[in-house]
Design a protein around this ligand. Structure first.
Ligand SMILES: CC(=O)N[C@H]1[C@@H](OP(=O)(O)O)O[C@H](CO)[C@@H](O)[C@@H]1O
Ligand SMILES: [Mg+2]
Length: 555
């Protein structure tokens, strides 16, 4: 690097010295820590993003968020050119960069890395980085640190987009790199217009369900999602949404609220009670990339019926399958094409959901935990639907399939306007525009769930009856070294330490409908245990005995 570049980095990095004795690592969700520790990390991620943009000659995103974690935490992650997560191949460099102890060592690392990656440096090429943050108070100063990181690379420009949901930022990066209009307004317009299009395509005989159900109440986790949903709602004719915990009413982010809390604790979030019994409710997480639905039980001590990511996936799969089969039944069109529909889950998907989807004749794929694995797998299909049980997921449409759909819609509207086949093709096209193609997005997810329920003429109760979840239990076990647990087969089988899997099998075999697996968490220093069985007591007891085994083998 030339002298000007070197002195730029030296000058600014000396204002962002890393905290002593803290080692950070770029995990499945980027860097996360107490916000007070992150100034230097976020500054350096600014540098990383600029280098990534130079390397890929594309727009890159930086999102400052700690999602469902507590408000005093924060985090930072990179959105790659396709709007997805940072290429895994760059993660070790991200770690090294964040942990370089001094400005000189930082310069040395950058020098080595740009040489190895063949990155053209020193202002020859331009780089553009989109910056966003969630509503955390620490976000403002951290975003400034990211800007300084970007500005320390000659030729790199940062665009501050302010407060956004994580999926909005990813969507904007995706859209920009496709040459589409990519502002927040464009996002809002694309979602709302495709929603209205799907509403207009609802078969007239199906469009009503009973009166008590036509309002949706959304828990915004006291974060960014509720705010953005209010903006969207104004453009959605015919959908009534009440937002609670929207961050404007004084509640604390993620405290007793939000999708993570609701899904893990299986209780109503703050601000919801027995007077909401029977009403269709939904909950977003702190940065609005997760969504779950629920209803509050009438006799309530906060108990709820949870409609989780697996059930959202099932609803989406039914809808997509219905449209595909209508399309397949059409006669006499050119260019016949059997679309490949793939379902992607992790081992945490409730066994009842997997059975249900299999019974529908769908192709189910299991991947390890972590959105990047699910997303990658789903991208192999014409239409790939992926969800984690915790409510993160989306539907991916391949470019070639969207091209085919566009051609087919044109052909059908010329030859058989108003036909069922044309409507089915239009529904699929609108769905591909409504549902975020970059990452799971609670806002586009809510809109799709709502329009599909209306399309089916279903209440949340009817939807929840698709299948009954098997009782399950998740536990965490603290061990000396969680990396000692090595798994295979999408994390369902332990290969090391030796003997542990046999012991788990032995335990699981004692339970009717028993299923159990253990894996090291990618985000916490624990080993997670998941167990399912035919009753809650049995699931609890299986989880407890396997947790003891983990402790014995690794304690
Ligand atoms: C069981 C569980 O919910 N695991 C979560 C959690 O990962 P762990 O690796 O289990 O800590 O955080 C991930 C990132 O948010 C999310 O993708 C994943 O689903
Ligand atoms: Mg999140």
């Amino acid at each position: 690097m030339n002298e000007q570049q070197q002195s730029l980095i030296l000058e600014s990095s000396s204002r962002f010295l890393p905290p002593q004795g803290v080692k950070l690592s770029y995990g499945t969700a980027g860097f996360r820590a107490d916000a007070s520790l992150l100034q230097s990390t976020v500054y350096r991620v600014g540098i990383l993003a600029a280098l990534r943009s130079l390397k890929t000659q594309s727009v890159i995103g930086v999102m400052i968020t700690a999602s469902h974690n507590k408000v005093s935490d924060n985090g930072v992650k990179i959105a790659d050119p396709n709007g997805g997560m940072l290429s895994q191949h760059w993660e070790p460099f991200a770690d090294a960069l964040a942990n370089a102890p001094s400005p000189q060592e930082l310069i040395q690392l950058i020098n080595e890395f740009v040489k190895k990656e063949g990155i053209q440096f020193d202002g020859v090429k331009h780089a553009e980085i989109l910056l966003g943050r969630d509503t955390r108070p620490s976000g403002e100063a951290l975003l400034e640190a990211a800007k300084e990181g970007v500005a320390s690379i000659v030729g790199a420009v940062a665009m501050d987009l302010g407060i956004l949901t994580t999926p909005q930022l990813h969507w904007m990066v995706w859209a920009r790199n496709k040459g589409m209009k990519a502002s927040e307004q464009d996002y809002v317009e694309q979602l709302s217009s495709s929603f209205r299009c799907l509403m207009d395509l609802i078969p007239s005989q199906r469009s009503k369900f009973d009166g008590t159900n036509d309002k949706l109440v959304v828990d915004g986790a006291n974060g960014v999602g509720g705010l953005k949903l209010k903006v969207l709602e104004k453009l959605l004719n015919g959908l009534l949404i009440e937002v609670r915990n929207s961050s404007e009413d004084g509640g604390v982010l993620n405290e007793g609220v939000g999708a993570d809390y609701v899904q893990k604790e299986k209780v109503a979030p703050h601000g919801f009670g027995s007077s909401d019994a029977g009403i269709r409710c939904a909950s977003l997480d702190g940065d609005a990339d997760r969504l779950v639905y629920f209803t509050v039980n009438p006799e309530s001590s906060g108990a709820i019926d949870l409609v989780d990511g697996d059930k959202i996936l099932s609803l989406f799969a039914l809808f997509i399958r219905e449209q595909l089969s209508i399309l397949n039944e059409r006669e006499g069109t050119k260019n016949n094409h059997q679309a490949r529909l793939g379902i992607v889950q992790t081992a945490y998907a409730n066994g009842a959901s997997t059975n249900y989807l299999k019974q529908l004749g769908l192709e189910i794929n299991l991947t390890p935990t972590g959105v990047k694995y699910l997303h990658e797998k789903a991208a192999e299909f014409d239409i790939g639907i992926y969800f984690e049980a915790n409510g993160h997921g989306t539907i991916l449409f391949s470019e070639s399939f969207v091209g085919w759909l566009e051609a087919t819609t044109n052909e059908l509207s010329a030859r058989s306007k108003g036909s069922d086949a044309e409507k089915a093709a239009l529904r699929l096209l609108a769905t591909s525009r409504l549902i975020n193609q970059a990452v799971g997005d609670a806002l586009s997810g809510v809109l799709l769930v709502e329009v599909i329920l209306q399309h089916m003429g279903w209440s949340i109760h009817r939807w929840n009856e698709l299948y009954h979840d098997l009782p399950s239990r998740q536990l965490k076990v603290k061990v000396a070294d969680r990396t000692a647990v090595i798994t295979t087969n999408a994390e369902t089988v332990v290969v090391s330490p030796p003997g542990l899997q046999e012991a788990i099998n032995n335990e699981t075999g004692k339970y009717s409908q028993g299923r159990c697996f253990v894996r090291p968490s990618g985000t916490e220093d624990v080993v997670r245990v998941y167990a399912e069985a035919s009753s809650q007591e049995a699931a609890d007891s299986l989880a407890n005995s396997v947790a003891k085994l983990v402790d014995q083998f690794l304690g």
